[in-house]
Each structure stands twice: as structure tokens, then as C-alpha cells.
Design a protein around this ligand. Structure first.
Ligand code: F6R
Length: 606
């Protein structure tokens, strides 16, 4: 959470910072600010405001020839959304931006006698004060001494008065990546989308290592002052992938990217119609003798885990627990050395998921992460990683990342079954040959976008909505409900279709939207009976099923027909319909689907 960027080089900094912040805005959009050296470095100027990056742009000078600065877009933690709490914060000689939470800020206020000297309610300003207290002309020594006193997560970019053209950066837990692009200069940011326009090479700033950025180069060192060689990586996408490409919002663009994301994730991992993780360097021995599985994640990634978990349980008959990361961390773990722990995360930075993974590693050497962002903390922390090749996901509401996570879980299930002889090769080949067709099926479904959009007006007027299904459809319903509520602000709940009549059906009144998913043939008749129960009580039913047409209006008001695929694969199709429905409902309510209120992507605070 919070997006940060720093630049120093031969180009004008202001637009690099503002454009970078715009790309990082998905991380938080409560306030924004920049700081830059002015008047040949004799002082540091700040522009900041509550609001979005566009509001910040409006208060920036038209002409600004400074070539060095830092920028921040905030998701409020300590202190409300005010101009004073916006970053950067200046204290004495120090100006900084911060992502994270300083846990011992109370003690530090006392220790440095800061009461009455602070202009904001943030923990970040206190960090600036502590660095300033240690500063006697040497920026590096000041930062090194200060971070020893700070408890919590932080990523800082710091400017020091009297050191023009220099940006210093250090982090613990909170992510930061950096690079140097010849002809432009040195960059640092919360993620590479902020500077992909200048270079596709980057390195993850190691924790408690200090980066010095100057116009002519960067220098990385540990806290003892020894030089450390950055480990550069390359991303295989470019600036166009991180732009809207003609779509009005990232969310709808990312939904349209699902066929490609699925193909890119699935196809390289198939050889001779069998799952093959050799290019990922994930050995078969990881799966041999696995007795049970624990899948750990948050939000949408956890709902992908629900689908994958249900699939593995039914296909392989082994116990699978799907754990909410923030709960798992504080419960007594029930994992052993024969447990395969699978951790799913789009960003690879979700703090609860990361900490849960660290905890799980105390019990098993078999951890496998499914992560979209290359080199992210979760990917580096787990024993093995299967990257999803979804490309950057910028809309706050996760869409394509969900589908590719499910796809990888399906491949893992096949691999587990083969390695442990609970599936035979012929059956796996049949399954994989169907899985390979999923991208084109999803593409076909996207043709129904207009029809889905037409439901948005009715949905937008609702105050509550229910998603029902059985089996895999129930698991998927949870994600459908989350998508709708997070961007439309309509209260939505998912229910196992058979469970409604144990309480919740009392909430169904005339016109309540019920989105019913009935794609699993073994329970199709049962779901239809449950639908009739809500229909009889006035619900407005939107049905997703594999039927070509449904003429019986006692079942539904609107029907979406899914291209015929085996039952286990319909979730990829239904997910897209539910995502599009949520998107247009959000638009129908006049919301910005990319930046729903109170939310931010990449939840790096607990
Ligand atoms: C919802 C959404 C969130 C994330 C969750 C985990 O649309 O995006 O629920 O899924 O915050 O994020 P990652 O996958 O980055 O760990």
C-alpha cells in the first residue's frame, strides 16, 4: 500500500514522478505529493495535497527543471486524509516518503522529545525526525543509525538538504525495486510499472540495504558499508501492457486479457499433454508422498484457492484446507512435513500471506507459491514458485490474476495425481487437452459483454445481492460476491445453494437479485430446485448454466449460456461473466471501478 517513486538523472524529474505516481495510484489514492531539489539544491520544495495524482498535478508548477525528486501516493494508515498528512514529510534537513507502519512511534516521540514539533499525525514524520536527529552531514550514517531504532515495516526514499541530485533509499518488508537506465538516470519505486517506460531491468532492493542514487549511477551497500551487487531481473512486458490500450478502465482491459493470460500461464507448462514444471525448476519430489495440502492466501487469491482446493479434494481425495492468511498466522498450524503448503498472491507482497508463509516454513520444507509479480517477497520466500504469466494487474479488483491462479492450481492437482499415482496419464491428458481450450472458450464468452452490461442498471439499483451455487460453483460464487461488493458497494453474499433456506432466504424480497450458477451436472437438479425457491419469493434471477436456452421463466429472468466444457472448467467462463457484471454495475452506479473507495491493491499492512 502507498506508492513511492524516486528519480535522479539528466531528465526533468517532475513529470517522471507524476507519471510514475499515476501508474502507482492503484496502491492508494487518498493523497499525493512530490519533493524536489530547488535553486541548485539549496533547498527542497514540496507540493502535496489530499486527493488523487490529478489533484497534485494541478498544484505543481508548469515549469520545473529539477532533475531529482521523490513522490508518494498514500493509502492512509496513521492519521486522516488531510494535506498535512500527505507525504513527503520534512523535518530539519530531511525530507522523506514512506510506505509501511512504524510501530514504535510513541516511544520515539518521547525519546526525541518531538511533541509540539510535528506538523502531521503520521508515523512517517517521526521517522524523518529520527533520521534528522542522527544527521551531522553524512546521509548514509544518519539513515543507518535511524533504521536501527525503527520497528515495523518501511520503505523510505529520502532527500537531504545540501545534497542535491542524491536520493537515498532503504526498506524492511515493504517492497521497493530500483534500476539505472543509461541516458535517463536512476529510478526507485514500489513496483516497476512506475518506470517501465525507461527500462525493463530492475532489482529488488534487499532488506536493510542502503541504496544511493545519483545522476551517474547507483550504489548498493549493506549496513556495514560493504558494496553489494544488485541482482537484476528483466520483465517480459513493456509500457503498453501497463497502459489502458483504448479501454476506459484497466479492469475491463484486464478482463479482456484473460484468454492471453491463461494461454501464457498454461501452455508453457504442458508437454505431451502432461503438466511439466521443469522450466520452473519445481521438482516432482515436491509432490511425492504429500498427505495433505494447505492453501494460504487473502481475498480473491484465497477464493481462487477455494476453487483449486475443492478441485484437488474431489479429484485426488486428499484433505485440503484453505486458510485465510490473517487467521492462519494466529491459529495453531495443523501442518506437518508431508503437507504441501501452497501460497497464492498476485502481488507477492501481501503482508499477511508473506508472514503466514514464513510461519508455515517452520513446519514443512514443501512450500510452493503461485505469484504474478516476478521477484516479489512471497516468490523469494517460498521454497518453490510457479509464476502466473498474467502481466501487470493494475485495477484494484483482481480479475485475470484469479483465473490464472485457478489454472495453476489445476495443473498442480494433475501433477500431484500423477506423481502419487492417484490419476492415470490418459485421464490427465484428456483433462489437459480440455484445459488448453479454455482460453478460446473465454474469448467466445467475451462476446456476451453487451448482454451482461444490460443487466447493470437493474443491479445498480439493488441494495443486496446473493450468489448461489453448489460445489465448484459455490466456491466461485464467493469471488462473484466479492467482485460486486468491492467495486459497486452493493452488499453481496455467496451461499451454498442448499444453505439459503437455513436462514438467509428471509432476506429475499421482490426484485432481490440472485445470481445462480448451475454448471455442475451432479447437483444441477438440486440447484434448480433452490432457484425455484428464491424465484417463488420474488427474486430476480440471473442464471449461468451450460444450457443452450432456458424457456421456463419460473427458473430465471435472464440466462447466460456458457460454452460447453467439462464441469470442472466452467469456473473460468462463469468468472468472466461475474467480473463483467460487477464492472458494469460499478459504472452504472457512477463509480470508478479501477479505484474503489477505501481500497488499495497490494495490502502491505496487517
Ligand atoms: C480483490 C482483491 C484482493 C486481493 C487480496 C490479495 O479484488 O484484489 O482481495 O486478492 O488483497 O492480494 P494478492 O493476491 O496480491 O496477495
Amino acid at each position: 500500500m502507498c506508492g513511492i517513486i524516486g528519480f535522479t538523472g539528466s531528465k526533468e524529474a517532475q513529470n517522471i514522478l507524476l507519471d510514475g505516481l499515476q501508474k502507482l495510484e492503484y496502491r492508494g489514492y487518498d493523497s499525493a505529493g512530490i519533493a524536489f531539489f530547488k535553486d541548485n539544491g539549496s533547498h527542497v520544495s514540496i507540493r502535496k495535497t489530499a486527493g488523487k495524482v490529478d489533484d497534485l498535478r494541478a498544484i505543481c508548477d508548469e515549469e520545473n527543471n529539477s532533475t531529482c525528486g521523490i513522490g508518494h501516493t498514500r493509502w492512509a494508515t496513521h492519521g486522516g486524509v488531510t494535506n498535512a498528512n500527505a507525504h513527503p514529510h520534512k523535518f530539519g534537513n530531511v525530507t522523506l516518503i514512506h510506505n509501511g507502519i512504524i510501530e514504535n512511534y510513541h516511544e520515539l516521540i518521547e525519546k526525541y522529545n518531538l511533541k509540539g514539533q510535528l506538523k502531521s499525525d503520521t508515523d512517517s514524520e517521526i521517522a524523518a525526525a529520527v533520521i534528522d536527529a542522527h544527521y551531522d552531514g553524512d546521509p548514509k550514517e544518519a539513515i543507518k543509525a535511524a533504521v536501527k531504532e525503527l520497528k515495523g515495516a518501511f520503505a523510505f526514499c529520502v532527500l537531504f538538504k545540501g545534497h542535491p541530485g542524491e536520493v537515498y533509499a532503504i526498506r524492511n518488508v515493504s517492497p521497493m525495486v530500483a534500476s539505472y537506465a543509461a541516458g535517463a538516470g536512476a529510478f526507485i519505486a514500489s513496483d516497476i510499472t512506475a518506470f517501465i517506460e525507461y527500462t525493463n531491468r530492475y532489482f529488488v532492493l534487499p532488506e536493510y540495504h542502503l541504496l544511493t542514487m545519483k545522476e551517474d549511477g547507483i550504489f548498493l551497500e549493506n549496513l556495514s558499508g560493504q558494496a553489494v551487487e544488485p541482482e537484476f531481473m528483466t520483465v517480459d512486458w513493456d509500457v503498453t501492457t501497463a497502459q489502458k490500450g483504448g479501454y476506459p478502465y484497466f479492469m475491463i482491459k484486464e478482463i479482456h486479457e484473460e484468454p492471453t493470460a491463461l494461454a501464457n500461464t498454461i501452455n508453457p507448462r504442458i508437454s505431451d499433454l502432461l503438466p511439466d514444471f521443469s522450466a520452473d525448476e519445481v521438482p516432482d519430489s515436491l509432490f511425492a508422498g504429500v498427505k495433505d495440502i494447505t492453501i494460504i492466501a487473502c481475498g480473491t487469491a484465497m477464493y481462487a484457492g477455494n476453487v483449486g482446493g475443492a478441485f484437488i479434494r474431489n479429484k485426488l481425495g486428499i484433505p485440503v484446507t484453505v486458510a485465510i492468511a490473517s487467521e492462519f498466522r494466529y491459529e495453531r498450524p495443523t501442518i506437518s512435513k508431508d503437507t504441501l503448503v501452497i501460497v497464492a498472491s498476485q502481488s507477492g507482497e501481501t503482508i499477511d500471506t508473506l508472514e503466514a508463509l514464513k510461519l508455515a516454513k517452520q513446519y514443512t520444507d514443501r512450500t510452493l507459491s503461485i505469484v504474478n509479480v516476478k521477484g516479489s517477497s512471497i516468490a523469494r520466500e517460498s521454497h518453490h514458485v510457479l509464476y502466473t504469466h498474467g502481466g501487470p494487474e493494475i485495477a484494484v479488483a483482481s480479475t485475470k490474476a484469479y483465473s490464472v491462479q485457478v489454472a495453476v492450481l489445476y495443473l498442480v492437482a494433475c501433477k500431484l495425481g500423477l506423481v502419487n499415482n492417484s490419476l492415470n496419464e490418459a485421464d490427465v491428458r484428456d483433462f489437459i487437452s480440455d484445459l488448453r481450450n479454455i482460453p478460446s472458450m473465454v474469448e467466445e464468452l467475451l462476446n456476451q459483454e453487451d448482454k451482461i452490461a444490460r443487466q447493470a442498471d437493474r443491479m445498480a439499483n439493488a441494495t443486496d445481492a446473493f450468489f448461489i451455487g453448489r460445489g465448484l460453483d459455490y466456491s466461485l460464487s464467493m469471488e462473484g460476491a466479492l467482485k460486486l461488493k468491492e467495486i459497486s458497494y452493493i452488499h453481496a453474499e455467496a451461499y451454498a445453494a442448499g444453505e439459503l433456506k437455513h436462514g438467509t432466504i428471509s432476506l429475499i424480497t421482490d426484485g432481490t437479485p440472485v445470481i445462480a450458477i448451475a454448471t455442475q451436472q451432479n447437483v444441477y437438479g438440486k440447484v434448480v430446485s433452490n432457484i425455484r425457491e428464491v424465484k417463488a419469493r420474488g427474486a430476480y434471477v440471473i442464471l449461468l448454466s451450460k444450457d443452450k436456452v432456458i424457456t421456463d421463466n419460473t427458473i430465471c429472468d435472464v440466462h447466460f449460456s456458457l460454452p460447453a466444457v467439462r464441469d470442472e472448467l466452467t469456473v473460468f467462463e462463469s468468472a468472466v461473466i461475474l467480473q463483467i457484471l460487477a464492472y458494469y454495475t460499478s459504472l452504472g452506479k457512477g463509480n470508478n471501478p479501477d479505484q474503489p473507495r477505501n481500497l488499495a491493491k497490494s495490502v502491505t499492512v496487517e
